[in-house]
Write a protein that binds this ligand. Structure first.
Ligand SMILES: C[S@@+](CC[C@H](N)C(=O)[O-])C[C@H]1O[C@@H](n2cnc3c(N)ncnc32)[C@H](O)[C@@H]1O
Length: 325
């Protein structure tokens, strides 16, 4: 399923475990063959998609990043005190690595393992971080976190802290979130810590604005999926024939993002052809919102105890420090 290459010295080693093209093609074909067409949110993220997500985090409507950052500022010393020494932080979907910068100075881990599917963006951010934190060992891993992967051998003797900010856990269906947490538990081992940022249910107008901003950056981010598939798989999506659509689904408790086909059209990918009707929706992301106790119950069903949890003053966002038992 994966190709594997590495580039290393004492303090830095890059491990490339990204899924190969055949695996990706099978996954895309399966999603586009469903009656309600769907594609995983991981396909947002080529280098341009990662840059667009970074731009989203700075939008006035996108309260998630600044709320979570404020919570790190407020609680990082407590988190550090709970963890102790000889820590290796493993960040799932590390992106721009901005959030870990806030934590590194307080946690003082021995090593940091950023894991991301967006390989070039991961490597360039990790190379910058290694210069900015001269005491830190950094072992980036390009991998798909929806699959099992092994940690680099260099961190085996350290105490693992998984880190999953940004409410990315909300991109999984709740049952898939339990499967994911179980895989994380296997990777971290019994006694491993997991720090997770989770978005809460709130006024629908606030939620919907955060996923459909006035400047159109989220729309461009969503549409970039098609550009990514054209480049990666040689597909021929006409991006101008689709538009961004998102809404809050109150029954499921999640924001849903789609690409709407503006015309009846056919799209070629490798040796297959997919037809879209005018108005047909291609589902690209769910973003589940969890009340505090809902998430604690979910984590417990994957054999994690909740050691501590925090919320911001508006109760818009929650931070959970979990430990695997
Ligand atoms: C919403 S961004 C969050 C970035 C950062 N952690 C934050 O909180 O701001 C999601 C990140 O996870 C990565 N990602 C998404 N799906 C992934 C997958 N299946 N495997 C590995 N990385 C993934 C993306 O490339 C992106 O950097």
């Amino acid at each position: 399923m994966t190709s594997s290459t590495s580039l290393s010295d004492d303090r830095f080693a890059f491990l490339d475990l990204k899924p190969d093209v055949d695996f990706v093609l099978d996954e895309v074909f399966a999603g586009l063959s469903l009656e309600a067409k769907s594609i995983s949110p991981k396909f947002f993220y080529d280098e341009r998609g990662s840059e667009l997500f970074d731009a989203i985090t700075q939008l006035p409507e996108y309260y998630v990043t600044r709320t979570e950052m404020g919570m790190f500022d407020a609680h990082v010393e407590e988190i550090a005190a709970a963890l102790g020494e000889n820590i290796c932080v493993i960040e799932y979907g590390s992106g721009s690595t901005k959030k870990i910068r806030r934590l590194l100075e307080a946690l003082k881990p021995e090593a940091y393992v950023p894991v991301d599917i967006s390989g070039d963006y991961l490597l360039s951010n990790a190379q910058t971080l290694v210069q900015d934190f001269p005491e830190l060992k950094i072992f980036p891993v390009c991998a798909d976190i929806t699959q099992s992967f092994a940690l680099p051998a260099q961190v085996e003797a350290l105490r693992p802290l998984g880190f999953f900010p940004g409410s990315s856990i909300g991109n999984f269906e709740p049952s898939q979130a339990v499967d994911f947490l179980q895989r994380v538990r296997t990777t971290l081992g019994s006694g491993g810590y997991f720090l997770v940022g989770v978005d809460a249910k709130k006024d629908i107008s606030i939620l919907e604005a955060a996923y459909d901003d006035a400047a159109g950056v989220t729309a461009e981010f969503n549409l970039n999926t098609l550009v990514h598939l054209n480049e990666k798989l040689g597909a021929d999506f006409d991006v101008g024939n689709f538009e961004h659509f998102s809404h809050y689904n109150p029954e499921q408790g999640c924001i849903q993002m789609f690409l709407k086909s503006l015309v009846a059209q056919r799209v070629n990918i490798a040796d297959k052809v997919f037809s879209f009707a005018e108005g047909e929706l291609l589902h690209t992301e769910n973003s589940y919102k969890y009340a505090k106790q809902e998430f604690i119950t979910l984590a417990q069903s994957a054999q994690f105890d909740c050691l501590q949890s925090w919320q911001d003053a508006n109760e818009w966002f929650s931070l959970f420090l979990l430990r695997a038992h």
